[in-house]
Write a protein that binds this ligand. Structure first.
Ligand code: ADP
Ligand code: MG
Length: 694
């Protein structure tokens, strides 16, 4: 490719562009405002807006939009032209006011009862920590979205609030270790994104993919992923061309797309970026998903981001690599070389351990969705039980600290954390545990339960807030301590003792783990319907309120939106199945069976053996009855569930009754598919779809 590194960030109004285009004073003032987290004044905003507009016009841009992340899970934009009339002509204008604040209609976005439709006013406000960029010929300004009354309606605002909460508490801890030059701690994230690519022509012929993003019927193909020949395999030319385009478009947007490879299932791939600050990583992951869909179409393919597009082969997830880092460049989860760093590292480490143990509920809820229900616990992704992997070495160190034995020598000594007890461990330790939901990977944690369609905002809001809460408790104790060293030792030891049950280094897919986890008192919420109603508990309301992340009504509204969404997804899936079974599948089977029966009649008259015709016809006759009954049962289940008023009970009915009826109907259809002439079956088969891109 030509033009790298110039290409990188060429569509981003980033720091380098601002430095070049803003008057020196404005640039300095702007940088200071960002660094200190203050609001932008009108005068600075006007200058920045004007420079932004000129830069965009030079690139042929005519429109701008406030780009925001409502609770729909996708991004939203409303385009406005720069034009402003002047006599008979127009001039291109963009003011600071337009940059800072927009007023989209808020009434049609999910608000969980926060907004009555007649109070439609909503505001978007620029998040100046995330750069403006040009996409589809439009200047996009990353913004937060809230209601007229100030209630948060998006995924960006609470994320920024949670980052601030964590920074405030982490700074208190760092100060205790004598780290006074640090002004800000940010959380960092590198999200690895999995996806499927299939041929567009196949996709168009599958109503289930078109309406729901996943296949609702489909018999298993003769070949799936059993040979493991796709994982890291040579990338097909058409896919390679797509990946090249994708990298290029993402680089222009300043997204650090780094690694592209084939995943386990046929037609499955992965993209991993270099990590960045959490809110930028979140914006960039949204852009990545959007670009994947858009660019796949340029190559005659469709990108499926659903968690489980195909039964029987692995689904797609997202790995959220997470750490905390200071503005002086120190990764707080880096074990470090010297004793002081070790002690500080251990304190942050045990804070994460305590946070994950105490708030398993929130972490589980943060990854709960109808789509992810298909993966968690299905032995292709971590189970629904939250636990942590630390590896043998780190676990050994923690248990040595707990029992007061020196780590290497295994002898009883009165051990102080301050001494050099931490051996340096290689980043690439061999015991990578692929089955753990939350694994320490050398200098960061990898939260592996996220579904592929998720915004990473939710899980990171939870992570940041729960760790901030532990750090706050630690700081409260340590700031009052008379003997810092002694208190620190006691605190680390106590925390390990109290929360070690959350550490599990074994195989998370093993059935014994479920029993063991239950013994340890760990939660095991198998479905989103089970998990979601626990979001707005009094404890969680208090936690989020304490750190200024969500108010009580904001949290309650989110629970309502999530439950509603869960029901809607299953409702659409059920109706799609009924439609497909009634209008395509059953007619095809009945027609084919009739053809076989006619054949039997003719053949018998002519004395031609027709055992096969008869046997297949009889089997299909039975299965068509099952399909008809399955359809009726599903219709009844939907009707029953829809009568339920209480959102929690309705979600549970959808899980237990509707979903179960969908599975039964599917089983009958999938049993019939291999018995029917492929030329008669109304849809492309699994084999055709999974191996469609050559
Ligand atoms: P692996 O060996 O699993 O591929 P990598 O080191 O390549 O691990 O990282 C995987 C992902 O984790 C990448 O997106 C990477 O940028 C991200 N990552 C690395 N360090 C950090 C960190 N300190 N904070 C957040 N994410 C990180
Ligand atoms: Mg990974």
């Amino acid at each position: 490719m030509s033009g790298m590194p110039e290409l990188f960030g060429s569509m981003v109004f980033n720091d380098a562009v601002m430095k070049k285009r803003l008057p020196h004073d404005t640039y300095k003032r702007f940088k200071k405002i960002i660094a200190e987290g203050h609001g932008l004044d009108r005068e600075t905003a006007d200058v920045v807006a004007n420079a932004m507009k000129d830069w965009a016009l030079e690139k042929g841009v005519t429109h701008y939009t406030h780009w925001f992340q409502p609770m729909t899970g996708v991004t939203a934009e409303k385009h406005e032209a720069f034009i402003s009339p002047k006599g008979d002509e127009v001039i291109m204008e963009f003011s600071g006011k337009e940059l800072i604040k927009g007023e989209p209609d808020a009434s049609s976005f999910p608000s969980g009862g926060l907004r009555a439709t007649f109070e439609a006013r909503g505001y978007t406000a620029w998040d100046p920590t995330s750069y403006a960029f040009i996409k589809d010929g439009t200047l996009c300004i990353p913004t937060a979205f809230c209601s007229y009354t100030g209630d948060v309606l998006d995924k960006k605002t609470p994320l920024l609030r949670s980052m601030e909460a964590l920074s405030a508490q982490a700074l208190r801890i760092l100060k205790l270790f004598g780290n006074t030059q640090v002004k800000k701690v940010t959380t960092t994230v590198g999200p690895e994104q999995e996806y499927f690519l299939i041929d567009k022509a196949m996709y168009d012929r599958r109503p289930d993919l078109v309406y729901t993003g996943r296949t609702l019927f489909g018999a298993r193909p003769p070949k799936g992923q059993e040979l493991d020949d796709h994982y890291f395999g040579a990338i097909k030319e058409r896919v390679l061309a797509f990946m090249k385009d994708l990298d290029e478009e993402l680089w222009k947007l300043g997204v650090l797309a780094k690694t592209e490879h084939n995943e386990v299932a046929p037609a499955q791939h992965e993209l991993a970026p270099v990590f960045s600050t959490t809110n930028i990583a979140t914006d960039h992951n949204q852009l990545t998903m959007e670009m994947m869909k858009k660019l796949a179409a340029h190559h005659g393919m469709v990108c499926l981001l659903h968690e489980k597009p195909f039964a029987g082969v692995n689904g797609s997830g997202k790995h959220n690599n997470w750490s905390m880092s200071t503005d002086t460049g120190l990764n707080l989860l880096e074990p470090g070389k010297s004793p002081a760093e070790n002690a500080q590292f251990l304190l942050f480490l045990v804070a994460v351990i305590a946070a994950v143990d105490k708030h398993q509920d929130l972490l589980r809820i943060s990854v709960a969705s109808a789509g992810n229900d298909h993966r968690l616990g299905a032995n292709e992704a971590p189970p629904a039980i939250v636990s942590m992997f630390l590896g043998d070495e780190l676990s050994g160190i923690l248990s040595a600290i707990e029992s007061g034995v020196s780590y290497d020598k295994k002898e009883k000594v009165e051990m102080n954390i301050g001494v050099d007890i931490l051996p340096r461990f290689a980043k690439d330790t061999t015991d990578r545990n692929r089955t753990s939901p939350f694994a320490f990977t050398g200098n960061k944690f990898e939260f592996r339960m996220l579904g592929s369609t998720f915004s990473i905002s939710g899980p990171n809001i939870v992570l940041n807030t729960i760790v901030a809460d532990e750090l706050e408790k630690f700081a409260d104790k340590l700031e009052k301590a008379e003997d810092f060293g002694a208190e620190l030792n006691a605190l680390i030891r106590e925390t390990i003792r109290a929360h070690k049950r959350i550490v599990f280094n074994g195989n998370n897919y093993a059935p014994e783990w479920v029993t063991e986890a239950e013994k340890r008192g760990l939660l095991n919420w198998k479905s989103a319907a089970e998990a979601l109603p626990h979001l707005a508990t009094p404890e969680n309301i208090a936690l989020f309120a304490r750190h200024g992340v969500f108010t009580e009504i904001e949290l309650k509204s989110r629970q309502e939106i999530l439950l509603e969404n869960y029901v809607k997804v299953l409702h659409i899936e059920a109706l799609t199945m009924l439609d497909m079974a009634g209008r395509d599948i059953l007619p095809a089977i009945l027609k084919y069976t009739a053809r076989l029966a006619d054949g039997v009649e003719t053949k018998t008259a002519l004395g031609i053996p027709c055992e096969a015709d008869k046997a297949v016809a009889v089997k299909l006759g039975g299965l068509s009855t099952d399909i008809l009954k399955g359809k009726e049962a599903l219709e009844a289940a939907v009707a029953e569930a829809d009568k339920i008023e209480c959102p929690k009970a309705r979600a549970m009915a959808y899980r237990e009754k509707v979903f179960a009826a969908m599975e039964t109907l599917r089983a009958s259809v999938d049993a019939a598919e291999p018995l029917v002439d492929a030329r008669v079956w109304p849809y492309p088969s699994y084999g055709e779809m999974l191996f469609s891109v050559q």
